[in-house]
Design a protein around this ligand. Structure first.
Ligand code: SAM
Length: 292
């Protein structure tokens, strides 16, 4: 259906996740041109707007009042006002409010225009270097352990990269549950992306757990390798995993073979021949599962 000629446009605008320089030229222009900015936290967005020299009026749009606020904003869009939706940081709708207003706008044939930009999800994935291609984004795992384990268990079989947001005071508990449910897979823990104290801890889940203090601070994204079963079926991915242990985890050949064979239930002697060839930078001759 064609949008009504008189209706305004809803722009979904990504804002920086830490580094103010990450805002796009287009986002700045849209924020300056719209009639109204609907923001998760008007004080937070106000600081960004002051930094950018933008004086567009602000209204609040936060999780607890999403339905109520969306109902107030919809008539304004229908009456022809252009509105930009922003969250505290990153992309609205990604573990942030946004979906209710966007859904209502779509149901009413209002044009919704994404203005893409920063997100902790894509920032972490882009720097993770995992070759699985597909990924599963779980948002925030549940806070209570029982619910968290229930949430994580079906993900153990997924043959794709797993990505989670987690709060600093729960990260150790979450890592411990991931270790128990997924096994000791390679993983990366990104902290304070794009900020002054940005860092990335990489290793296996047990190494990450050992390397994470009780009182970790800052914002975190956890990226975990997909289910090993997939790698067992795909020799090229298995080779990548062996290289990952050699180059990224800094494991010894013996340690890498021990870990992979236990995670993937692959015979140690077959895997050893393949891993040895990779360690010596020679192309492996055959997959450990093809009867070699
Ligand atoms: N909409 C945002 C996005 O597009 O990334 C995410 C909002 S969610 C409420 C906030 C969570 O995102 C944080 O708890 C953390 O897990 C992750 N996050 C946001 N900024 C981050 C950063 N600079 N570094 C690491 N993680 C970040």
């Amino acid at each position: 259906m064609k949008p009504k000629q008189t209706a305004g446009t809803l722009y979904v605008v990504a804002t920086p996740i830490g580094n103010l320089d990450d805002i796009s030229q287009r986002a700045i222009r849209i924020l300056a041109e719209v009639d109204l900015i609907a923001s998760e936290d008007t004080r937070h967005t106000g600081r960004l707007l002051r930094h950018l020299g933008i004086r567009t009026p602000l209204t609040s749009y936060y999780r607890e009042k999403e339905h109520h606020k969306a109902e107030l904003l919809l008539p304004r869009l229908l009456a022809g006002e252009d509105i930009a939706l922003v969250s505290d940081a990153g992309t609205p709708g990604i573990s942030d409010p946004g979906a209710v207003l966007v859904g209502m706008a779509r149901e009413n044939d209002i044009t919704v225009v994404p203005v893409p930009g920063p997100s902790a999800l894509t920032a972490a994935l882009s720097a993770a270097g995992l070759r699985e291609g597909a990924f599963y984004f779980g948002g925030f795992p549940p806070a209570r352990q029982e619910a968290r384990k229930k949430f994580l268990t079906p993900l153990a079989a997924l043959p794709c990269t797993l990505v989670f947001y987690e709060s600093p005071h729960r990260i150790r508990k979450c890592l411990a549950d991931c270790l128990e449910i997924f096994g000791d897979r390679p993983a990366l823990l990104f902290r304070e992306l794009t900020k002054m104290h940005e860092e990335c801890l990489q290793g296996t889940l047990s190494q990450l757990l050992a390397g994470t203090r009780e009182r970790v601070r800052g914002e975190l994204v956890l990226v975990i390798h997909g289910a090993p079963a997939a790698t067992r079926d795909q020799p090229a991915e298995l080779d990548d995993l062996i290289r990952w242990y050699r180059d990224q985890a800094g494991s010894s050949l013996k340690d890498a073979v021990r870990r992979i064979s236990s995670d993937l239930a692959i015979s140690r002697s077959r895997l050893y021949r393949r891993a040895l060839a990779i360690w010596n930078d020679k192309p492996p001759e055959s997959s450990p599962d093809d009867g070699a």
